[in-house]
Design a protein around this ligand. Structure first.
Ligand code: GSH
Length: 228
C-alpha cells in the first residue's frame, strides 16, 4: 500500500488532500520535523532532501509535493484538465508557478516574520512584497475562472490551497479582504469532506509543537552552522 510520509505543514497537506479526494488507499508515516525525523537514514532513502511530503508507492519513491501531485494525478487520471496541448501548457505553468514562486516566497515570508532570530526589515519587506505579488497573480486568475484551470477542480487548486490557507500569516491580517477570489477557493475547498479529513491527519500522531532548542536545530540547522 502507498506510504505517505507527512506532517501537518502546508506541503504535505496538499498531498493529503489529493489522497482523500481520489480515494487511493494509503497509510500514514509521521515525520516529526521538530524532532529531526527528516534526517533519519531510513527517511533520507525516501527523500534525500530530508523534507515532507514524500511517498513510497509500492517501491516507487516520489518526493516534493508538486511532483507527487503530478505523479498521482497522471497515475490515476484524476484531477487533471482536458487532454489538449493548451490545457497541459496551463497545467504545467501553474504547477511550476506554485512550486517555484508561491511556496518558496510564502515560506520565506513566514520564516523572516516569525522565526528569524533578528527582525530584518529588508528581508521581511522583500518576501512579504513577493508574497503579495504572487497572491495577486493567483487572485486575478481566480477572478477570471472558477478554478485555476477553468471550470474544473484540478491538482493546481489543491497545490494553491496548501499555502493559500496560510495567507494571513504571509501577507497580514487584511489578506482575505484583499484577495477575495483566493478566499472563495480556499473556503470552497475547506468545506469539502476530503479537506476536513486531510486537515485532521495531523491529530493521528502527537507531533511536537514546541519550538525549543531541539526543534530550532532540526528545522533551521544554519543557526548553528556558519557557512558564510
Ligand atoms: N518543495 C518541497 C518543500 C518541502 C518542505 O519544505 N517541507 C517542509 C514542510 S512544509 C519541511 O519538511 N520542513 C522541515 C525541514 O525543512 O527540515 C515540497 O513542495 O514538497
Amino acid at each position: 500500500m502507498l506510504k505517505f510520509y507527512y506532517s501537518g505543514a502546508p506541503n504535505p497537506m496538499k498531498v493529503a488532500l489529493f489522497l482523500e479526494e481520489s480515494g487511493l488507499p494509503y497509510e500514514t508515516v509521521p515525520v516529526d520535523t521538530r524532532k529531526g525525523d527528516q534526517f533519519k537514514p531510513e527517511f533520507l532513502k525516501v527523500n534525500p532532501n530530508g523534507k515532507v511530503p514524500a511517498i513510497d508507492d509500492d517501491g516507487v519513491l516520489v518526493f516534493d509535493s508538486n511532483a507527487i501531485l503530478l505523479y498521482l494525478a497522471e497515475k490515476t487520471g484524476k484531477f487533471l484538465p482536458a487532454k489538449t496541448d493548451k490545457a497541459r501548457g496551463e497545467l504545467l505553468s501553474w504547477m511550476f508557478f506554485v512550486s517555484s514562486g508561491v511556496g518558496p516566497y510564502f515560506g520565506q515570508a513566514v520564516h523572516f516574520k516569525n522565526y528569524a532570530p533578528e527582525k530584518l526589515p529588508y528581508a521581511i519587506n522583500r518576501y512579504v512584497f513577493e508574497g503579495n505579488r504572487h497572491a495577486g497573480i493567483l487572485d486575478a486568475r481566480l477572478g477570471q475562472h472558477k478554478y485555476m484551470l477553468g471550470d474544473t477542480y484540478t491538482i493546481v487548486d489543491m497545490n494553491v490551497w496548501g499555502w493559500a490557507r496560510m495567507l494571513p500569516n504571509v501577507v497580514g491580517e487584511g489578506a482575505w479582504d484583499k484577495f477575495k477570489n483566493i478566499k472563495r477557493l480556499v473556503d470552497e475547498i475547506n468545506a469539502r469532506p476530503a479537506a476536513k479529513v486531510a486537515g485532521a491527519l495531523k491529530d493521528r500522531h502527537k507531533f511536537k509543537t514546541e519550538m525549543d532548542a531541539e526543534s530550532l536545530k532540526a528545522m533551521f540547522p544554519h543557526l548553528t552552522e556558519k557557512v558564510a
